[in-house]
Design a protein around this ligand. Structure first.
Ligand code: NDP
Length: 322
């Protein structure tokens, strides 16, 4: 009995791998098709900002966006590392600028915004890529869960709030792309969330508010502090990380709803995507795809020619369920 269960698990794993490989092949073909003149809404004056871009997926998104001809601001919380990363791209002929940005530090956010305003006036694309994960598997701790929620959720929210006034008013709309994860999914066989009440609150986009998302993460952190989180129905593996990405997914929908009320010509579209399991420092380079492939959907989303799409979740250039 156990043997047959194992066999069918193996089979379904193989099938998923085949499907993923096929889709990645399709995407690498799509990447060879250049954007036509009428699709290219951007010029070299178009400015994109990528957070946490000194390495991994963020660095790759900077490289690809600059490769498409945008001006890209590579940001990093460590000045020296960021300058070096930007230099690699500048020496390759890419139009890449650098500024320090720590999304956990409100004075760093303020300083960055002042610099952007002075040097560029406004930006067209904000990619929220900076993120952390410390626990492996089923580990969880008060210290790390606070760090992970503060960085991945509150840090992302804070930089978005600070940058919205700097987003260009243009007919094609400005774009916010949040890097999240399928680990934060609410529905489907991959969802690790067992808490039905939390699921019901986060899934109903009509009644969803920022306050509900804040309260959800506060409740999670409280249960971690009290040592009761294990019976709380939260995901059991990569717990704090999954909750943080679940929160950013939900926040993306709230934000998109709020931004959709802006008048024509001032629109900002907000979406999120999962890069897949990527060979970066975060996974100990144990992922199954390269940073180049992981960055693809984020770049594609940022450059969508007819961007009426907002409040959606993507992976491998396709919409997926939250
Ligand atoms: P890396 O660890 O290589 O990159 C994370 C980046 O975020 C680093 O540049 C890091 O800076 C930066 N960062 C962390 N905290 C802050 C902060 N407070 N302020 C500014 N920057 C910060 O991992 P990945 O490239 O894999 O991760 C990129 C994004 O993709 C993350 O949001 C991650 O959650 C997400 N993701 C990754 C997956 C994967 O399989 N790799 C899967 C799903 C999602 P520093 O170098 O200084 O630490």
């Amino acid at each position: 009995m156990v043997g047959s269960k194992e066999k069918s698990k193996e089979k379904s794993k193989e099938k998923s791998k085949e499907k993923r490989d096929k889709r990645l092949q399709e995407i690498s073909l799509l990447r060879t098709i250049p954007y036509s003149d009428h699709q290219r809404w951007w010029t070299s004056e178009t400015v994109a900002v990528v957070t946490g871009a000194n390495r991994g997926i963020g660095f790759e998104m900077v490289r690809q966006l600059a490769g498409h001809g945008l001006t890209v601001i590579l940001t990093s919380r460590d000045e020296n590392v960021g300058v070096e990363a930007a230099k690699v791209l500048q020496e390759g002929g890419f139009n890449v600028d650098f500024h320090r940005l720590d999304i956990l530090d409100s004075s760093s956010i303020q300083e960055f915004c002042n610099w952007v305003k002075e040097k560029y006036g406004s930006i067209d694309v904000l990619i929220n890529n900076a993120g952390v994960n410390y626990n492996i598997g089923t580990e969880n701790s008060v210290e790390y869960s606070h760090m992970v929620i503060s960085t991945n959720y509150y840090g992302t929210k804070n930089i978005i709030r600070a940058m919205i006034p700097l987003m260009r008013h243009a007919s094609q709309g400005a774009r916010i792309v949040n890097v999240t994860s399928r680990l934060g999914r609410l529905k489907g066989r991959h969802s690790k969330l067992e808490n039905e009440a939390v699921r019901a609150k986060l899934i109903d986009v009509d009644s969803l508010t920022e306050e509900i998302v804040d309260k959800t993460v506060s409740e999670f952190l409280k249960q971690v502090e009290e040592g009761t989180w294990e019976s709380g129905g939260w995901p059991h593996s990569f717990t704090d990380y999954s909750v943080s990405k679940m929160a950013v997914n939900a926040y993306t929908r709230v934000l998109a709803k709020e931004l959709s009320e802006r008048p024509e010509g001032e629109k900002i579209y907000a979406n999120c995507f999962c890069p897949g399991w990527v060979k970066t420092a975060m996974t100990g380079y144990a992922g199954n795809i390269s940073a180049e492939d992981g960055a693809d959907t984020g770049v594609w989303l940022a450059l969508l020619p007819d961007q009426a799409i907002t409040g959606k979740f993507f992976a491998e250039r396709r919409e997926i369920n939250f």
